[in-house]
Design a protein. Structure first.
Length: 382
């Protein structure tokens, strides 16, 4: 690895020096020290090599490019302390051109991020933003810092500035930041403040499933069930892949206002437009309550003929067991149900549409790739 690294750095150095140095004497002075440092690298004496490169940085910026690259490679290898030493030496150089200084600041900021020194990294990235140097990248790193620190107001500001600087839409991410603020308010039992944050989220992204769902849950907790139902429906209209998540609280609100007929009609409308099994299972339960087990079995059995589902089969076996007399129950059904339960337990209920991360519960930010709003229910499982 070090041999390859040295070869790359040697090529970068020679190309740069031959293009920029005007006197043979200056070339020879730098050449001797530079290749001395490379020799240390080849012999795995990285501490001695760093000392040589630091001395070079103190006297000339002619080797800036390869030294910056070397520091970056140290960071990627996990040797962050060495990366910081090299990059700090570059910044400390007298009369370093501004274009070089800002690149070194960006590199040290990344070093600090790798080392977990978020406060130091924040200072450097904020300085770059003020200098209007590497602004989009610096703002992106600031967003990452504020998310880790859960400073959602600063995250919103950085995301908004990033959107303005790049033209890249950040509205969905910003809406999630507002929803995070709403969650903080809910934990403090301040529903009014939470609703204000959620309204702000919808102003940024009117199709925010999370905001509509959260409003519905707040309304439900305050016994405003019709308002809750309206918000749950808006969540489904925004993205019907979240039907499995939204249905349970919606059904509870319909039951609270004792409007089972309207619930059944709504579930029927969902079945026509949604490929998953969740609305079918919910409607089966409603039929069971209103018309009995046999009617529920017939409905579910007819549906499973066209769209087989493990969850549907699991419910059908359960309904069969509820309807059968104890003497006439098929013992194989218990074995089959146990097998199905085992299969379902191993399957994630949700999956990230970006990186494939699987989960059993809702994650608005993917724990793996850190994208927002990309972990969604799996139709054929839930």
């Amino acid at each position: 690895m070090m041999a390859l690294l040295s070869g790359v750095l040697m090529g970068m150095y020679l190309a740069y020096v031959l293009r920029n140095l005007t006197t043979q004497k200056k070339f020879e002075q730098l050449n001797h020290r530079y290749f001395k440092g490379l020799n240390y690298l080849l012999n795995d004496e990285s501490d001695k090599a760093i000392d040589v490169f630091i001395q070079l940085a103190e006297t000339s910026h002619a080797t800036f490019e390869p030294q910056l690259a070397l520091g970056n490679l140290y960071r990627k290898k996990g040797e962050v302390d060495k990366a910081i030493k090299l990059h700090q030496a570059l910044i400390a150089q007298a009369q370093l051109p501004q274009r070089y200084r800002t690149r070194a600041l960006l590199a040290i900021g990344k070093d600090y991020m790798s080392a977990g020194l978020l406060d130091r990294a924040e200072v450097l990235f904020a300085e770059l933003v003020e200098l209007e140097a590497h602004t989009p990248e610096a703002l992106k790193w600031l967003m990452d810092i504020y998310q880790q620190e859960q400073d959602w107001l600063q995250a919103i500001k950085s995301a908004s500035r990033f959107q303005a600087a790049t033209g890249r839409s950040m509205r969905k991410t910003i809406a999630h930041f507002h929803c995070e603020l709403a969650d903080v308010s809910r934990l403090a039992n301040d529903d009014d403040k939470a609703l204000q944050h959620l309204a702000a989220a919808l102003r940024v992204d009117k199709a925010s499933v999370r905001a509509h769902l959260s409003i519905g849950l707040i309304q439900q907790s305050n016994n405003n069930h019709q308002a809750a139902i309206d918000s749950f429906k808006q969540a489904i209209e925004a993205d019907n892949s979240f039907i499995p998540i939204v249905l349970e609280p919606m059904v509870n609100s319909y039951h609270a206002i004792q409007d089972e007929a309207a619930l059944s009609e709504y579930l029927k409308s969902l079945i026509d437009d949604y490929s998953g099994i969740s609305p079918v299972l919910s409607l089966t339960q409603e039929i069971h309550q209103l018309s009995g087990g046999q009617a529920a079995q017939n409905f579910l059995r007819n549906h499973l003929k066209d769209k087989p589902s493990f969850k549907g089969l699991d419910m059908l076996i359960r309904l069969d067991g509820d309807n059968d007399d104890s003497d006439s129950k098929n013992p194989d059904d218990a074995i089959l149900k146990q097998l199905i339960d085992g299969l379902l337990a191993k399957q994630p209920r949700l999956r990230c549409r970006k990186c494939g991360f699987g989960a059993q519960s809702v994650h608005w930010q993917c724990p793996s790739c850190k994208n927002w709003g990309v972990v969604k229910p799996i139709d054929d499982v839930v």
